[in-house]
Design a protein around this ligand. Structure first.
Ligand SMILES: *Cc1c(COP(=O)(O)O)cnc(C)c1O
Length: 391
């Protein structure tokens, strides 16, 4: 099928949930994607931070194929060695105590929200159910995670939303304090707001959140769906802030391209979820777990993290030399570019025409390249970006 046929069928048979770029991607290798017409693109997106190891990495493909040929799915009524191995590894890498495996970021966040409320209910009884999130945050597309998302544009059409979320201004301690009353049970934040425009939180603000949580016995919950799995240069981003969260959520890069999410909790909350209080049919799917195990075995070593930081710094330094670049934000290989001409969307479309896949977030260009991208691929992508920005 050629592109026009694919596009027509999409229009005819798929709900119009997405504004899509004009390309149908059909194969890929490393940081290079190929479309239906045989055109190649350098990939600075990883499919929104998902393909940590790039397209069709050899080790990853082998791990997935081997598990698919061994056992593709059991129910959560039985034990699974791939689930336990993955959970053990996630605990070791994060210092967390227990893991719940699910299928997406929104689901991991739903689990976190349930843990926060039940932790408080178990300990204090009812009446302590509010969760503080941040203005400009993004936590997912379910009715509850939309409510958790601190952006008015997401609070439309689907009324009534889940109650009990209050929004503090990021990097504003007074606003944070004003949100915390006797009904609050948790604070839930992204350390670098992704969809909100690649906005890192200041260390002093994060320290303030952590100390308020400790003081008032609120769960400190970090949404690491986008920032985690080495994306920001430490295995989880919170590790670079030197805080000790009670709950963290992960998804996107965890499976390297297969759907999997995880909610991790510290000893404080490890007994909150008991049989009957939470579950999911697909959660901890063995093939997704095998994929995630391969990802973790590759991206968690100090040497690899050092490389992620070096590549991130290199990209930022090179971006500074490009015209129409006004400001560069981000951490590790999660990078946002404010353009002089405020034309990020237009630039992203032009980049595609010129052979580069790139993301936007709000009015920024956003880069989430595969963590394994080579310097050669980086340079090719940057040169397309430069030509596009300076045209
Ligand atoms: C993408 C994202 C989500 C939602 O993840 P899904 O897998 O799309 O449900 C939640 N939080 C953050 C920070 C994200 O970037």
């Amino acid at each position: 099928m050629n592109f026009e046929e694919i596009k027509n069928d999409e229009q005819s048979y798929m709900m119009h949930a997405y504004g899509r770029f004009n390309a149908a991607l059909v194969s890929g290798k490393g940081a290079v994607a190929v479309d239906s017409e045989g055109r190649e693109y350098i990939d600075f997106t990883s499919g929104i931070g998902v393909n940590s190891l790039g397209y069709c990495d050899e080790g990853w493909t082998r791990a997935v194929a081997a598990q698919a040929a061994t056992l593709q799915h059991i129910s959560n009524l039985y034990y699974s060695p791939v689930q336990t191995e993955l959970s053990k590894k996630l605990c070791r890498l994060s210092g967390m105590k227990k893991v719940f495996l699910c299928n997406s970021g929104a689901e991991a966040n739903e689990c976190a929200i349930k843990i926060a409320r039940k932790y408080s209910f178990d300990k204090y009884g009812s009446g302590r159910q509010k969760i503080v999130t941040l203005v400009n945050s993004f936590h997912g597309r379910t009715v509850t995670t939309l409510a958790a998302t601190g952006q008015e544009v997401f609070h439309n059409y689907f009324f009534p939303f889940t109650e009990g979320f209050v929004y503090a201004e990021p990097n504003n301690t007074e606003s944070l304090r004003a949100c915390i009353d006797d009904e609050v049970c948790a604070v839930f934040v992204e350390l670098v707001q992704g969809e909100g425009g690649v906005m890192p939180l200041e260390q002093s603000f994060v320290d303030e959140i952590a100390s308020l949580c400790k003081e008032k016995d609120l769960l400190l919950m970090i949404d690491e769906v986008q920032t985690g799995i080495s994306r920001t240069g430490s295995f989880f981003c919170y590790q670079s802030y030197g805080i000790e969260p009670d709950v963290i959520t992960s998804a996107k890069g965890l499976g390297g391209g297969l759907p999997i999410g995880a909610c991790l909790c510290s000893a404080k909350a490890e007994n909150v979820i008991v049989p009957g209080t939470h579950g999911t049919t697909f959660g901890g799917n063995p093939i997704s777990c095998a994929a995630a195990l391969e990802v973790l075995s590759r991206v968690s070593e100090p040497e690899f993290l050092k490389e992620v930081n070096e590549k991130g710094e290199y990209i930022k330094a090179e971006l500074k030399k490009i015209g129409n670049v006004k400001e560069i934000r981000g951490k590790g290989m999660m990078i946002g570019i404010v353009t002089e001409k405020d034309n990020a969307k237009e630039m992203a479309v032009k980049c595609l025409e010129n052979g580069l896949l790139i993301l936007t977030a709000k009015n920024l260009l956003r880069l989430l390249p595969p963590l394994t991208i080579t310097y050669d691929e980086i340079n090719k992508g940057l040169s397309i970006l430069k030509n596009t920005m300076e045209a």
